[in-house]
Design a protein around this ligand. Structure first.
Ligand SMILES: [Zn+2]
Ligand SMILES: [Zn+2]
Length: 256
């Protein structure tokens, strides 16, 4: 008897819910998060064009030593042509993609427009790239590249910390004992040499840090010249870290 009553009630409730969803779409039609094209609610927030751009972007081959674009045929002894004569301070770098097209829009929105809801998506892309890396199982600590407290106050959050939360899985843990001790200029318009000077001696580790003998992964959103990652890696190695890798959402300006 009860089943007979329950079925029509369930059907009626389904119909009411569908009605509300339809009304919601009518009042608040879903748009692509990046280009504002109207989309189907099923599309996970992006239109087909943006999805394709993002997929193409993260599928590019690159050098795991310096992060630049490089075909597998151009890598000799784990080095691409561009980094043959360089000695990066970090032991390797993993990137989700290149700082252009849809990935650039996603990072800009996340970093400068308070769109912290994009962190899981960016974190997922970084995690996919990291999972297949040679050092994924050795990681002890994820270290977000720190902001100076004044910059964090201006922005309201450290985007690298948000990304770390989506990358870190036990037994690894997030460590914030690397700190920025000096307020540095934004690096957009600086030359490579100026960038290096800008971040020189800008980082330090807290007393009682756990870096001694550990495999550490630095986390950041964008790297351009690698000056910040280099400076951080040098400080971590001086503090005793056994290996320091980097993982970023995107590598910008490939041609230095
Ligand atoms: Zn779009
Ligand atoms: Zn390289």
């Amino acid at each position: 008897m009860l089943t007979h009553v329950r079925q029509p009630v369930t059907r009626l409730w389904d119909r009411v819910c569908r009605g509300f969803a339809g009304l919601d779409d009518l009042l608040f039609p879903p748009y692509c998060l990046l280009c504002r094209t109207p989309i189907d609610r099923q599309n996970d927030g992006l239109c087909l064009t943006c999805w394709q751009e993002l997929t193409r972007n993260v599928a590019g081959d690159y050098c795991r030593r310096c992060g630049r674009n490089a075909s597998p045929f151009g890598i000799v002894n784990n080095r691409c042509g561009a980094c043959q004569n360089e000695t990066p301070a970090f032991d390797g770098i993993i990137r989700a993609g290149v700082y252009e097209t849809a990935l650039r829009s996603l990072i800009l929105a996340f970093k400068f427009h308070q769109r912290t809801e994009y962190a899981p998506r960016l974190g997922r892309m970084m995690r996919d790239a990291l999972t297949v890396s040679s050092f994924a199982r050795q990681i002890d600590l994820f270290v977000p590249v720190p902001l100076h407290w004044r910059r964090r106050l201006e922005r309201g959050y450290n985007q690298a910390f948000y990304l770390s939360r989506h990358l870190c899985t036990p037994p690894a843990r997030i460590c914030t004992d690397l700190v920025r001790t000096r307020y540095t200029k934004r690096q957009w318009n600086l030359t490579e040499a100026q960038r290096r000077r800008n971040v020189k001696n800008a980082f330090a580790v807290r007393r009682g840090h756990p870096f001694e003998g550990k495999t550490v992964v630095l986390v950041d959103d964008i790297t351009t010249s690698g000056a910040t990652l280099t400076e951080c890696a040098n400080v971590l190695k001086a503090a005793g870290a056994r290996q320091v890798y980097a993982v970023v959402s995107a590598v910008a300006h490939q041609d230095k």
